[in-house]
Design a protein around this ligand. Structure first.
Ligand code: 6PG
Length: 260
């Protein structure tokens, strides 16, 4: 197993969410200590919601005023749409912590088209991270989910967006219809200091096994390999049931033995 990658199994999604809250706390404190801010990119979907809700009531030791929230991806819908990732993150996390507006970096889905929204988001990344031409941003944390088809963020199998090495963010079309998307590109995701996948439920067991053990290049989630950063895959008992090897989290003792 790649030394930078760790797979951790939890009894259930609540235990996983509690672990992730403490992980967030420690990363936030270290990032602010090191460079004066904590820049994170968050995903939508159902899996992170229990974590977002728990995090939204956390204050102790979390430097919220120096935390900057970006999105890993977004659907090209109004932020009031029930399908908006930003709306989900606002309702489950941001409303509870009331970040300064300047710390919230949503994707402007009021642009005429997804390409324009991606260009504007790229501009926001360049400005915030003070990037020179060709330079990549280094998020302190990128949080990702995993679709049963192996997609992550809005990088879908077979999509040209998966191979886009030129842009920081780009438009993407889901293969089976649905909303147009805007997504961080793989070079940006892989330049993060810390990447965390949250994967829950029996429906994800097969794809998680495939991604972790076979690492098929056709699966965007298997292409997430941080350049020098750390990769943490957190899964509940159901999602991790087919894995040969992982670390088991035990509430009383923390990370313990490995199940083979
Ligand atoms: C999105 C997400 C997407 C999500 C996966 C898993 O825009 O939908 O960013 O990549 O993380 O589809 O979604 P679930 O957590 O709902 O299974």
């Amino acid at each position: 197993m790649d030394s930078a990658r760790q797979v951790v199994a939890f009894e259930d999604k609540e235990e996983m969410a509690d672990f992730m809250v403490e992980k967030w706390r420690s990363l936030a404190m270290a990032s602010v200590e090191e460079r004066g801010y904590f820049a994170v990119a968050l995903s939508g979907g159902e899996t992170p919601v229990p974590f977002y809700r728990k995090l939204s009531v956390q204050r102790k030791g979390i430097p919220w005023e120096k935390t900057h929230v970006f999105l890993s991806d977004e659907r090209f819908v109004p932020v009031t749409s029930p399908d908006s990732n930003f709306r989900l993150i606002r309702e489950t996390l941001l409303e509870g912590i009331s970040l300064p507006a300047r710390n919230i970096h949503a994707i402007a889905t009021d642009e005429p088209d997804p390409q324009g929204a991606a260009r504007r988001y790229e501009g926001e990344l360049i400005t915030f991270f003070r990037l020179s031409r060709g330079e990549l941003p280094h998020f302190d944390l990128v949080m990702l989910g995993m679709g049963t088809d192996g997609h992550t963020a809005s990088l879908f199998p077979g999509s040209p967006a998966v191979n886009n090495k030129r842009l920081l963010a780009c438009a993407a079309s889901p293969p089976r219809g649905g909303h147009e998307r805007i997504t961080l590109t793989l070079p940006v995701i892989n330049s993060a200091k810390n990447i965390v996948f949250l994967v829950n439920g029996i429906s994800k067991a097969e794809i998680l096994r495939t991604v972790v053990e076979d690492e098929p290049p056709s699966m965007p989630a298997a292409l997430v390999k941080p350049e020098g950063g750390s990769l943490l895959i957190l899964a509940d008992r159901d999602a991790s049931r087919l894995l040969k090897e992982y670390s088991l989290f035990e509430a009383k003792r923390g990370l313990s033995g490995r199940r083979r």
